[in-house]
Write a new protein. Structure first.
Length: 70
């Protein structure tokens, strides 16, 4: 709800609010069984941000750009 409210509040100044899930990443916290390498998650997030537009606003997106359910 916070994301939706914030996206509405900041729409007029032109700020996109997009929550992004990095995935289950191979880090100390994610552990060795995590299926997503750090580089893949980071690159996916960067690609997503470069391609972001108003259609992504307030949607919960995975690092690969797929929409996740709230």
């Amino acid at each position: 709800m916070f994301t939706v409210s914030l996206s509405k509040e900041l729409k007029e100044p032109g700020v996109l609010v997009i929550p992004i899930h990095p995935g289950w990443v191979e880090t100390d916290m994610g552990g060795p069984k995590a299926p997503v390498p750090v580089e893949k998650s980071c690159q996916g997030i960067v690609d997503l941000l470069y391609g972001a537009n108003e259609s992504h606003m307030a949607k919960f997106l995975n690092y690969d750009g797929k929409e996740l359910p709230w």
